[in-house]
Write a protein that binds this ligand. Structure first.
Ligand code: ADP
Ligand code: ADP
Length: 223
């Protein structure tokens, strides 16, 4: 069974073709890494799969529904209710505490504050962040902030976690710790992961690696 699929997707920004017939699918619980050189179309593909960008051609399917032809408000609800996101720079809300940041997707989904904070709390223990619940993002290290962002991406138990260069701003060791936690937490929840990275070490955590070149997806052939 396929949970998420891009079928022959093409997208240009003005005269610049970013994707030219990209096809990729992910099974439930599968961890897929998208590699490839800078400018090859990795982020654009991730944004199409996540319903953030609408392709010019081709189709995007999630859980039996075609999402590229949905109207924007339905797609936005789908992102809120079924998808989680982690980006390169955690993008924590600086005015909120770490636990409020983790609880944010639940609050936006209509969960009341006490219940949302109750669900956020176990993530601090799980990700080695105990004691940092009340800190603001300026008082966290890069690795701590990215673990908070990871908890925020997973707290609502999304069907798919989209991660765009989640370790890109971290040193190698810290990046591997974050990736290790990302993979183990996703597996525990059965969450499908699509991770964009240009680092082979990070991609090695995935079940399957693909390479985007000139807007097309190729299976990675290892020698
Ligand atoms: P990657 O993630 O592999 O670095 P991207 O998907 O970000 O590649 O970009 C693919 C191509 O599309 C590049 O040529 C890039 O310059 C272009 N591009 C991406 N986003 C935009 C945008 N918002 N406006 C114009 N061009 C863009
Ligand atoms: P880049 O691919 O250049 O590194 P990012 O991946 O950090 O950029 O940002 C991706 C884009 O997706 C941004 O324009 C951001 O506003 C948008 N975005 C991030 N999260 C969501 C979301 N949950 N719903 C809709 N759009 C989002």
């Amino acid at each position: 069974m396929t949970l998420l699929e891009a079928r022959d997707v093409a997208l240009s920004f003005g005269q610049t073709p970013a994707l030219r017939g990209a096809t990729l699918s992910a099974q439930p619980g599968e961890i897929v890494a998208i590699m490839g050189p800078s400018g090859s179309g990795k982020s654009t593909l991730l944004h199409c799969l996540a319903g953030i960008l609408v392709p010019d051609q081709g189709e995007i399917w999630f859980d039996g529904q075609r999402i590229d032809t949905m109207n924007e408000s339905r797609r936005s609800l789908l992102r809120r209710d079924r998808f989680g996101f982690v980006f390169q720079f955690g993008q924590l809300v600086p005015e909120l505490t770490a636990e409020e940041n983790v609880a944010l997707p639940l609050l936006l989904g209509g969960v009341r504050r006490p219940a949302a904070l109750r669900r956020a709390r176990p993530w601090f223990e799980r990700l080695g962040l105990a004691g940092l619940e009340r800190r603001r993002s300026g008082e966290l290290s890069g690795g701590q902030a990215q673990r908070v962002a990871l908890a925020r991406g997973l707290v609502a138990e999304p069907g798919v976690l989209f991660a765009d260069e989640p370790t890109g701003a971290l040193d190698t060791l810290t990046g591997e710790q974050v990736m290790d936690l990302l993979v183990s937490s996703a597996r525990e929840q059965g969450t499908t992961v699509v991770v964009v990275t240009h680092e082979a070490r990070v991609a090695a955590y995935a079940d399957r690696q693909v390479v985007v070149r000139d807007g097309k997806v190729n299976a990675l052939v290892t020698a």
